[in-house]
Write a protein that binds this ligand. Structure first.
Ligand SMILES: [Zn+2]
Length: 449
């Protein structure tokens, strides 16, 4: 049984005797373990690590946009029959935890390729807010009531942002986080005391709580129905003495349609599933960690070839290290450190690794939410301000936004390939993660000086 010891990097769903027996039977039946991967990078890493020792397949059909992807019942049935299932993370494939849960009792080795990569800590300190809520409001008067709890206010003052959103639900929340971050860092807040009125147009306020009163009350007047977002420097619940802080004119609770952090959700993991940048593979250093996780999973499913996988994994990591050094040495020399990207926000980890700025008009980390005209206008302004000769666009999505910016500024459109997936032609042409990233490096050399 020694060869089925749990490798700590990998979650094994069944270590029972029957599970091992089933696995061995299946290996004997097909000859080669079957591996299912979600995104192209893992698929390509498995090819490099395992060669023809496994049968690897990519869940995404060629050319399909990955963020909106959901597996079909047939895909799920295939995952149930596989020996190894490799996904990027619950942030990239929010459907994965559900599918994995249903695998219980089956001898499928599940690899979370992001294991050991710290996505949490990076953002925590950067957020100037603690709470965001989106509300669907009809015209009328509302009140925010902040109370002393155990004799005092949780803080004497609190910054807030209140504004109407062009989006609804989760998109409104994601947009508000980005807007609020900018406002908290750059705008001058309006100081407001008990009895003051918050306008959805004025952006950022500092609320000053009245130390002589048990409640400090601020009113809001809404003229047009729509989605409004409230961003607060502390959790509103810290100022609640027995009743909800957001009230309507009839003194009823006004409850958010969606909020962050999401306390209404029973699943403790779920609240982290929003707003974390899932694009770990675009950072070659994180990609090395992904390779380690995949090697561990393959070695566990197929211990006879473990040494082979480790050796190839090490060789491949050396290539990733060389790629990283190429990026690092080029990007250390340039003066203009801003990637102006008309695609969705995919290069955040990459930009952080090499101390670059990364501007995208998209909200959140998915290409499905179209950017607003205002955000496109901001990016046009940025192209003009920086004098950039190029605007980068993404792969597999019609570069409509890049074209608008290119036409407005004369900047040339260049591809920055997010490598989530590849087109049928690229796949036939032998595209690899390394060839895609080397293409990106060449085009960054063209566009950044
Ligand atoms: Zn993406």
């Amino acid at each position: 049984m020694k060869r089925f010891l749990v490798v700590p990097l990998v979650l094994v769903l069944s270590l029972s005797l029957s599970g091992c027996a089933a696995l061995q039977t299946r290996l004997a039946g097909t000859g080669r373990p079957t591996v299912i991967t979600t995104l192209f990078p893992q698929y390509d890493f498995v090819r490099a690590i395992a060669g023809d020792k496994v049968q690897v397949s990519l869940l995404l059909p060629p050319g399909v946009e990955s963020h909106a992807f959901e597996p079909t019942p047939r895909d799920i049935a295939n995952i149930h029959r596989a020996d190894v299932f490799i996904y990027t993370s619950k942030y990239m494939e929010p459907w994965a935890p559900r599918v994995i849960k249903a695998l219980q009792g089956r001898p499928v080795v599940v690899v979370d390729a992001s294991h050991g990569i710290e996505l949490e800590a990076q953002e925590k300190h950067e957020d100037p807010y603690e709470w965001v809520g989106a509300f669907d409001l009809v015209p009328g008067y509302y009140q925010l009531v902040f109370s002393r709890v155990d004799g005092k206010y949780a803080d004497p003052t609190m910054p807030i942002v209140f504004m109407q959103s062009a989006y609804s639900k989760q998109d409104a929340l994601d947009a508000a986080k980005l807007d609020a971050k900018g406002l908290f860092e750059q705008a001058t807040p309006t100081l407001l005391q008990h009895g003051g009125t918050i306008s959805p147009r004025a952006g950022i306020y500092t609320l000053e709580f009245d130390q002589n009163r048990n409640d400090s009350i601020f009113s809001i007047r809404i003229e047009t129905a729509g989605t409004y977002v409230l961003v607060t420097g502390h959790l509103p619940s810290e100022f609640e003495a027995g009743r909800h802080f957001f009230r309507d004119a009839q003194d009823r609770d006004v409850v958010s349609v969606v909020e962050y952090p999401d306390h209404k959700d029973g699943d403790p993991d779920h609240k982290h599933a929003h707003g974390k940048d899932p694009h770990i593979w675009l950072d070659p250093v994180f990609a090395k960690q992904m390779v380690d996780n995949i090697v561990a999973g393959l070695a566990q499913a197929d211990p006879n070839n473990a040494a082979f996988y480790r050796q190839n994994g090490d060789a491949y990591k050396a290539k990733l290290q060389a790629l990283h050094e190429q990026f690092a040495s080029f990007l250390a020399t340039i003066e203009n450190r801003t990637i102006l990207y008309a695609g969705h926000f995919a290069f955040g980890h990459f930009a952080r690794r090499y101390s670059l700025e990364h501007k995208s008009p998209y909200v959140g980390f998915s290409p499905t939410a179209e950017p607003t005209p205002r955000r496109i206008a901001e990016l046009i302004e940025n192209v003009r301000k920086t004098g950039s000769q190029v605007i980068y666009h993404e792969a597999l999505v019609e570069p409509r936004v890049a074209r608008i910016i290119s036409e407005a500024t004369g900047a040339r459109m260049l591809l920055l390939h997010g490598a989530h997936n590849v087109s049928r032609d690229d796949l036939r042409g032998g595209a690899t993660y390394l060839s895609i990233m080397e293409g990106n490096l060449a085009r960054l050399r063209e566009g950044l000086r």
